[in-house]
Design a protein around this ligand. Structure first.
Ligand code: ATP
Ligand code: MG
Length: 405
């Protein structure tokens, strides 16, 4: 069925008091951005609801696109009709038939914002109810828990009918909680951490460390492909590549084996924090999960977190691997994440990193390096790319190919 409008309900947003206006305008902006290729579409962000006027845009495509926008609790496609009661009856029957199968119950729920209209809500419920009974054999009404609810709104501009409520992505509109730097590896955990933080309204920029020639271009591309998956939730993601080869080689040369991992992580954290400062981010996000590997014990966190006072958000810290994988599957990053490409951390990793590194030792070993010089050179080599939805390797190859024609 082709619809005329979509009605969006805010859910959690409605409880946000003063900030509500900011949330609504951020959401309206995100919705416009996500649907910018539908030029005919009009977005009206009102206090309690948002209305999208489709003006002929393909409603199935619009409904699908709305699924991944945070800040939407539920939404309903709506038919907008002339004030012609015969037409309303006909469409009401069509809409219920679309959802009906034997044994299902229904109810009509009318709201009237135009109080001058000759029928009141009761009249309307009864009129349409009677029509449904006469046209759909065997259907029963159920007031408390109907399977199908047909909502009818009587407004000055016409009749508005909806019968479906689709669950939105929940959360808060991306951008309404500021910006954070996601440490994005090619693994399973960090994309999930990014997704969960975006869900709470944070604009995420991806920071990825790579160490050519020890890590391949394919490993870098994998991280970019993951960023493209995350871009589905915000339209685009800034992807920041950090050249990490010199730092890893230096650490390998100078730091005792038991502390290679801890010092490497300290440098990653320092660099991410420097990037955050330059780009006016407010937090760092990573995919650490407590106890998963040696770098993710509480002792390690103390030794690594020591380099900054910036809030570190660890959305998956208390999750089991299965729980993380379940989310990775839902957001379609899992298959990409399990592709076997070497990560810069694993290549230089000693066989047995310390699970209980001492803070004093970590500091002492790190001080043997020219930390500032290393950081400056890495900062000088940053490469920043804007990644948009669908910006995968395949898409890029196609783009390259077409430019040759
Ligand atoms: P992931 O599945 O996210 O790779 P992991 O369980 O493999 O996590 P580690 O490899 O120890 O754990 O990494 C812990 C966290 O450090 C990652 O979740 C990520 O946030 C960050 N990290 C690791 N490697 C990189 C990298 N090459 N670039 C950016 N961040 C990284
Ligand atoms: Mg990893």
């Amino acid at each position: 069925m082709q619809y005329d409008e979509v009605m969006i309900r805010y859910g959690e947003l409605s409880t946000k008091g003063k900030n509500k206006r900011i949330f609504i305008s951020q959401l309206a902006q995100n919705v416009k951005f996500a649907l910018s290729d539908f030029e005919e579409l009009k977005v009206h962000g009102e206090r309690d609801r948002m209305h999208l006027e489709l003006n002929g845009a393909d409603s199935d495509a619009v409904l699908e696109r709305l699924r991944s926008i945070f800040g939407i609790q539920t939404y309903s496609p709506v038919r907008r009709l002339e004030r012609d009661i015969e037409l309303v009856k006909k469409v009401a029957v069509e809409m219920i038939k679309e959802l009906y199968s034997e044994g299902k119950t229904f109810k009509i729920a009318t709201r009237r914002s135009d109080h001058d209209y000759e029928l009141d809500t009761n009249d309307m419920n009864q009129l349409l109810g009677a029509e449904i009974f006469s046209q759909i054999e065997g259907i029963k009404v159920h007031m408390k828990k109907p399977d199908i609810t047909l909502r009818v709104e009587i407004r000055k501009e016409g009749f508005f009918l909806s019968s479906k409520t689709i669950l939105g992505a929940g959360g808060l509109p991306v951008g309404s909680s500021g910006k954070g730097m996601l440490m994005l590896s090619g693994g399973i955990d960090s994309p999930v951490a990014g997704y969960l933080t975006m869900k709470r309204g944070v604009t995420v920029e991806a920071v990825h460390f790579h160490s050519p020639p020890y890590t391949s271009p394919r490993a870098l591309q994998k991280a970019k492909d993951l960023a493209a998956k995350l871009a589905a939730f915000s339209g685009s993601v800034q992807f920041i590549e950090v050249p990490f080869t010199e730092i890893q080689e230096e650490i390998k040369k100078i730091v005792p084996e038991g502390y290679l991992m801890t010092v490497t992580r300290r440098l990653m954290m320092r660099l991410t924090d420097r990037i955050r400062e330059e780009r006016k981010g407010l937090a760092i996000i990573n995919g650490e999960s407590l106890g998963q590997v040696a770098s993710q014990t509480l002792h390690s966190m103390i030794a690594i977190n020591d380099v900054t006072a910036t809030p570190i958000i660890r959305p998956v810290v208390s999750m089991d691997k299965n729980e993380i994988i379940e989310i990775a599957q839902k957001i379609d990053t899992f298959e990409l994440s399990i592709q076997p490409f070497e990560d810069c951390c694993t290549i230089f990793a000693p066989p047995a990193p310390k699970t209980q590194p001492k803070l004093e030792k970590a500091r002492e070993y790190e001080s043997r390096l020219d930390v500032e010089g290393l950081i400056e050179r890495a900062m000088y080599g940053l490469v920043i790319t804007k990644i948009t939805v669908g910006d995968t390797l395949e898409a890029q190859q196609k783009a390259d190919f077409s430019s040759l024609l």
